[in-house]
Design a protein around this ligand. Sequence first.
Ligand code: SF4
Length: 387
Amino acid sequence: MGAAATLTPHERTEQAAVNGPGWRFALVLGGGGTKGLAHVGVLRALEERGWIPDVIVGNSIGALIGAAWAVDFTMAELEAVALSMTRHDVFAIARGEMATRRFRAPGLYKDEPLEMLLRGFLGDTTFDQLTRRLVVASVDINCGMVTYWGLPGLRSVSVADAVFASCALPGFFAPREIDGRFLVDGALADNLPVGVAAGQNVDGLVAVDVGSSSALRAEVQESGFAAVFARASEIVFHQMMENRLSSWSGPPMLLVQPRVEHVPMLSFGHNRELIEEGYRATCAALDQAGEEVRHAAGGIYPRRLVEVAVDRARCIGCGACVVLGPPGTFRMDEAGKAVGPAEPQDWSPISGGFIRHCPTYAITAHPARAARDPKGGASTGIARARA
Ligand code: SF4
């Protein structure tokens, strides 16, 4: 842990004034179950470099970590809680309700452990009592409306209630009633709430995605309903994120994607690893593009030049890449085979999602030769997943 881990909130602000990026940003912490413990490492990396968020906009576990930050937890306190957290602190199967009410039980798990965890550090604090700005996403289970607690007019409610609602994965936890409405996990509509973050009077965003994954899996169907549900969630989160970010026209965004895909959503056996990976991924993103994003007018960073190729032997001529890829990137030749772009492509972290929809894995993407490392170059994440 760096020296900044022991700073008080006041000292952190002082340090930010001296070392900070001079760039007002919203930190967006997405949902992803316990994989979101990586957010603790993200905060440590940012704080060590004096990147202090103006506001945190979070969903689910991102809302929980953001709430701890908003009530002035030090990094040492936050890491201690994250490292000590166990399954029993959050999950207790609602055996009584399940036995008596069966399919009418409000949730698979009891509210009490999560409720106690949240009340323990948030008490009855409302959003307008926080010293730091926090926005929490949730969804009304009856009408489907997304509510962002902490925005003007939505600050008089309990932060603990809002975070509980944001963590209430439907079916797993009962919806939480706030002001007569019944709310669940914001992931249903906005797992990485960058849109509302962009409206918070900031120069840019640092967004941390721990919930989506384009990595290939094997034998999910053999692993039981919980694994199928978790994988389905990853796919939905990934598609939602791609849809939202592929046409991003908001302020510049540094997108951090810790490598947490191998960790099950509801596993508590990887706490330290997750924190360290959040720290590593954030340091890497800041090293690659921290300066660039601060001076950009827009776009998603880090960016890289990528060579895209089609294996003609594998191509079956379905044309999906022409339809799903960026306009003009692919064309079909007279033999009915796809032809990729002649020039390297300037890609953000979310570019290239269309590759995984090629039914024969005929498309590959690699760092452009000039950018490749001397050992021969690693492929992009997408190509790695294919390997
Ligand atoms: S998606 Fe794949 S198989 Fe289909 S045309 Fe493109 S390269 Fe060929």
